[in-house]
Structures are given as structure tokens and as C-alpha cells.
Design a protein around this ligand. Structure first.
Ligand code: ZN
Length: 255
């Protein structure tokens, strides 16, 4: 059974790896040095690269990895702004690498070309979903991001969500402003605090836990809708997509 392991990069990124002890898949290697050092100390070779979207902190290391390992397959969105992609993939495609199969989902919203990879109980979702949060809307609309998150929310609940940033504690602080009495969220805060105090990642997170804690996946909850209807709708009822839009703008203002 392959092993899942996050490699920290920059301030708060994770480069996710899946390896068999000899070769590793690298997801969003934004920084070459961090991942090449990690590979060298474990005497492993990169088997393939999977990219979710074009932001530099996700793709910045790919050119150097290709220089060191010519011929390596780089899977990613079909987008001219991703010149290092050697195998363009999109909705419905299957990536076969290291003897594993990953299904590709189009999840536009953070950026338009954003894709996610699902397989073996793991979801590599880039900047679409974080624990208790989601990506900012840089392109498209909040409706588009909401729809993408709804697709991810419908995956099997035991899916392990491999988010690309360690934003969990900040996101929990925000989530508690909109769901202060959410018992699952309060429990997750304690657990996440303990993990960070021990120097450990809070990720991956289980989809079932995100469904209980992540307000961006909970926009159909009547209590959350009622709470967020105030600033936008004068206290009236809003639907899940409108609730999501209010939530996203509140988070943007929160920081
Ligand atoms: Zn991004």
C-alpha cells in the first residue's frame, strides 16, 4: 500500500507525496528545493507530477524537477499558462501513475482551470478546499466555487482531503464566528491546536469531519442561512449559493 506524506514548503504550503519507498508522485511541487531535498534524503525518484492549478506556489518547482528528471510526466490542466504540463488532463480523465488510478474532476472557482485528483481514498484538491475553509475566488464566481465544493462534498465521507495549505487554525477562528455553538467544530479546534503544538500537520482531514465543521460545506444548514441572511437579505431567507457568497465575502474581510 503506498504511503501518503506531506512535505512542507514555503510558509504554509504542503507538497503532497504518494510513494512506495522507491518512487513518489508529487502533487503541486511549488518549490523545487524542498521536494528535491526530501527525495534525496529518502533515496527516492519522482514518478510523476500532478498539478491542480497554475499559481506559483503550486507549480514553481516543476521546471527544476524537469531539468533534473527529463522525461518525467507532468499532469495538469490544459492551459497555456502551465507550460511545464506534458499531459493535459481534465474532467473525466484518469491519471495512471505508480500503479494507481486518480480520477480528474474540474473544480473551477479559485481559478478557472483548477482541477482535483481523487483516488485510493485521497482527494488532492489544491486551493479549492481547506480544513474549515475554501480558496479565494480569483476567477469565475462564488457560485462556481460553491458548485465545485458541492461536488467534492459528495465524495465518500471517509475520503482524506489533502489540502495544499496549513490554514486550519485561522479558518477555525473564522468558522466559530458564524457557527459558535458547533460542537464538532469546537472539538476540532482542540485537536488541531494539539497537533500544531506538537509540530504536526492538521492534514489530511476526513471529509466527514469537514461536512460537520467547514461552514463552506454547510451552506444548506438552516441555522447558518438564518445567521447570514442578516447582512445581505435584511433577515430574509437565502439559499445555499447566496449563503456561500455571503460567507466568502465575510471571510475575505476577516483575513
Ligand atoms: Zn491558488
Amino acid at each position: 500500500m503506498p504511503t501518503l506524506e506531506p512535505v512542507p514548503a514555503f510558509e504554509d504550503n504542503y507538497i503532497w507525496t504518494v510513494h512506495d519507498g522507491r518512487s513518489a508522485l508529487l502533487v503541486d511541487p511549488g518549490e523545487a528545493k524542498a521536494i528535491l531535498t526530501w527525495l534525496a534524503t529518502r533515496r527516492m525518484q519522482p514518478a510523476a507530477v500532478l498539478l491542480t492549478h497554475r499559481h506559483a506556489d503550486h507549480v514553481g518547482g516543476v521546471a527544476e524537477i524537469r531539468r533534473r528528471h527529463p522525461g518525467i510526466a507532468v499532469y495538469g490542466p490544459a492551459d497555456a499558462r502551465l507550460p511545464d504540463v506534458t499531459v493535459a488532463v481534465g474532467e473525466g480523465d484518469v491519471v495512471v501513475a505508480l500503479g494507481m488510478r486518480f480520477h480528474v474532476l474540474a473544480v473551477p472557482g479559485h481559478t478557472l482551470e483548477h482541477i482535483a485528483y481523487v483516488g485510493h481514498g485521497w482527494l488532492f484538491c489544491g486551493d479549492t478546499m481547506f480544513s474549515c475553509g475554501c480558496g479565494k475566488v480569483f476567477e469565475g464566481s462564488s457560485d462556481l466555487l460553491h458548485a465545485s465544493l458541492q461536488r467534492l462534498a459528495a465524495l465518500p465521507t471517509d475520503t482524506l482531503v489533502c489540502c495544499a495549505h496549513e490554514y486550519t487554525l485561522d479558518n477555525i477562528r473564522f468558522a466559530l464566528t458564524v457557527e459558535p455553538d458547533n460542537a464538532a467544530l469546537l472539538d476540532w479546534r482542540e485537536h488541531a491546536l494539539a497537533l500544531r503544538r506538537a509540530g504536526r500537520p492538521t492534514l489530511p482531514t476526513r471529509l466527514a469531519d469537514e461536512l460537520a465543521c467547514n461552514p463552506f460545506l454547510r451552506c444548506a444548514e438552516p441555522a447558518l442561512q438564518r445567521r447570514l441572511a442578516g447582512p445581505r437579505g435584511g433577515g430574509g431567507f437565502v439559499d445555499a449559493a447566496a449563503t456561500f457568497a455571503v460567507l466568502r465575502s465575510l471571510k475575505d474581510a476577516f483575513g
